[in-house]
Design a protein around this ligand. Structure first.
Ligand code: SF4
Length: 198
């Protein structure tokens, strides 16, 4: 399933790969959201994604999500976003990400979002690097958490709305995460733990 509807939004499932292995990730339970099987036989091409979107004007937004980390395919995200902005400029675009793209690519990729991405929602998921490692098991170890903080700061330069989110599992200190979001100057959102991806 490349695209699926949740609420009034159209979600795009463009990769199942991720640099994390979060305890609460849907991959722990089987990749099924709202009756849609999100396991991809192969990663869709840009054209296949555009075809799967069709006319997005009936949705309140288009969201690059998963299950998987969409920015592992940043060029595809940029190309699809360019198509959407050119043809449907009034449909907002959101990216849900683990925030590790700058670490993955070894450079600041946030300028690519300028004029294309309306909202970026970063799963912070912990108040410090140690806790992040325990919960999310990032491939890149403690560097991951610090790169996420940098990614959030840099995204603010190019994306009108940056949101930091956490899942309300007992291991996380929600108040400390909220304070961190305040210090970063971004919105904060707590997602209910319901066996779904972030
Ligand atoms: S919850 Fe998101 S960041 Fe964590 S492993 Fe799953 S896809 Fe990756």
């Amino acid at each position: 399933m490349i695209s699926y509807k949740l609420g009034d939004s159209l979600y795009l499932n463009i990769t199942n790969r991720c640099t994390n292995n979060c305890e609460f990730c849907i991959r722990q339970y089987g990749a099924d959201v709202g009756g849609c099987n999100l396991i991809l036989d192969k990663e869709p091409t840009t054209k296949e994604i555009i075809d799967a979107i069709g006319d997005p004007t009936e949705y309140k937004e288009v969201v690059f999500c998963g299950y998987g980390e969409p920015l592992l395919r940043i060029q595809v995200v940029v190309d699809v976003a360019k198509h959407l902005k050119k043809n449907y400029p009034n449909v907002p675009i959101r990216i849900n990400t683990n925030g590790q793209a700058n670490l993955i690519y070894g450079e600041d990729v946030t300028p690519h979002f300028e004029g294309l991405v309306d909202v970026i929602s970063v799963s912070l998921n912990a108040e410090n690097a140690e806790k992040y490692n325990e919960i999310c098991h990032p491939e890149h170890g403690e560097d991951a958490f610090y790169s996420i903080l940098e990614f959030i700061r840099k995204s603010k330069n190019y994306v009108p709305k940056v949101v930091v989110s956490v899942v309300d599992i007992p291991e996380i200190d929600i108040d400390k995460c909220r304070k961190l979001a305040e210090e970063l100057g971004v919105e904060f959102r707590v997602r209910r733990y319901e066996k779904k991806i972030g």
